[in-house]
Design a protein. Structure first.
Length: 445
């Protein structure tokens, strides 16, 4: 997509927005549900859009409305190739307008921000009006939790660090800011800090980014290292495959430190302090990519849903109904199931949830254990080299967990046939791009 085409899409979005946000549309939705088949979806990411399309495909009589605060969709999956300067990958390729798929598949899209949820009245309150529902689907994604990770930091410091050390785990300006820093960097180190505690969005993402930025430094002949400060002991997602890649391709660039919790960041002097063997160590950086603790979006708190001990939504059995309310479903990053928070998982959970919602709205039943175990329910690719394009992958089988009663994931990181005994291959690199293009076609065209 050329930049001028993106501007055309934005222009069309504004026109469509004026239409969809007309008083007639809002009046139809600003009262308690009357059709008996009103579904409101909060969040226009992979999960939310998958639910919307699947519902309309299964039952056109269902009135589906997607509420999303962003005006343009941006994909975090595949975005590390953009940050790493992979040939042919532009920011525009990661974006899409919301209105084209809404018009094609027959659901409503409203750009707004959710400010409250009344489960008793079955109403979602937003900055553009109230929306009644029979079934509510929450797919709002994550929020950052700097305060929990750095309790001594005040709001001003959190704002400063988040701006100068952009996380780029959420779509939008963070990616552009980090890319600008990379494009303008001099010789020196890139420090990458994965989320250092708890469940977080796309577990392999920080380590794919490590590989992409190491490739970037290698291609640009930038003198320095990509230093990873992790709190695990090296048992992160796809660890053997990443470690093998770093040893083979970037032995003098990638420097991994496990059990290295962050103590402080000094953005003025471009230094970061971490603990190593209980001793404070301070190093300089040219670019810092600090990914803080993740937590569920504040929208989950607005709904008053029960959460697990790690703060994610408690789920009812192996389905996607919340444990708190049978009329509230949750998909994507916020679910309490033992599954990785990935784009593919969000798509799978969205389609799965839609089956149960259709059954509920038509006074039928759906066996939430049907289709389990689900082989290769999540297939997650990570690009590890840009020239040539090479990638690694993990497959997850989703199974019913007898102990928790929820869904759990069983991983497998295969060595491809064309990998010459290695985890990475050009064939898997091609599959990575094909997966992303396929997802775009499925959701938007």
């Amino acid at each position: 997509m050329q930049r001028r085409d993106l501007f055309k899409l934005v222009g069309l979005s504004i026109i469509a927005s004026a239409s969809l946000l007309s008083p007639i549309s809002l009046e139809a939705s600003s009262v308690s549900s009357t059709s008996g088949k009103d579904v409101v979806i909060v969040g226009g990411g992979f999960g939310g859009l998958s639910v919307a399309k699947a519902l309309k495909k299964a039952d056109k009589s269902i009135n589906v409305t997607v509420l999303e605060k962003r005006e343009i969709f941006m994909s975090c999956p595949y975005s590390n190739t953009y940050l790493g300067g992979m040939q042919g990958v532009t920011f525009e390729q990661l974006t899409h307008d919301y209105y084209a798929p809404a018009a094609k598949y027959g659901y409503n899209f409203v750009q707004c921000e959710v400010i409250g949820i009344d489960r008793e009245a079955k109403v979602v309150k937003t900055t553009t009006g109230d929306f009644g529902y029979n079934v509510l689907v929450l797919a709002p994604g994550i929020a950052y939790d700097y305060t929990k990770q750095f309790p001594s930091w005040d709001a001003q410091k959190i704002s400063l660090v988040s701006r100068e050390c952009p996380s780029a785990l959420m779509p939008g300006s963070e990616h552009l800011a980090l890319k600008r820093q990379l494009d303008n960097m001099n010789d020196g180190n890139i420090v990458i800090v994965p989320p250092q505690k708890g469940k977080f969005r796309c577990p392999p993402a920080p380590f794919e980014r490590t590989s992409m930025l190491a490739s970037y430094m290698k291609q640009k002949k930038i003198k320095g290292k990509v230093i990873v400060l992790d709190t695990s002991d090296g048992t992160f997602a796809k660890n053997k495959a990443f470690m093998e890649t770093w040893s083979d391709l970037y032995p003098n660039i990638v420097e991994y430190h496990g059990k290295a919790p962050i103590v402080d960041v000094d953005v003025k002097n471009k230094t970061i302090t971490y603990k190593e063997n209980e001793v404070d160590v301070t190093i300089k950086y040219e670019v810092c990519n600090l990914m803080p603790y993740n937590k569920v979006s504040p929208v989950i708190g607005m709904a008053g849903l029960q959460t697990t001990k790690n703060g994610f939504v408690a789920m009812n059995s192996t389905g996607f109904q919340s444990k708190t309310d049978p009329n509230v479903y949750v998909v994507g990053d916020c679910v309490g199931h033992g599954v990785p928070a990935s784009g593919q998982t969000a798509i799978w959970s969205g389609k799965r949830a839609s089956l149960q919602i259709v059954a509920q709205l038509n006074n039928s039943t759906f066996d939430v254990k049907s289709g389990l175990p689900a082989q290769a329910a999540n297939v997650c690719y990570s690009m590890v080299n840009t020239n040539p394009a090479e990638a690694i992958m993990v497959q997850h089988e989703f199974v019913a967990d007898a102990d928790t009663g929820n869904i759990n994931a069983v991983p497998n990181v295969p060595k491809p046939a064309d990998g010459s005994g290695k985890f990475r291959s050009k064939g898997t690199g091609k599959l990575t791009t094909e997966w992303y293009n396929g997802v775009k076609r499925e959701l938007f065209s």
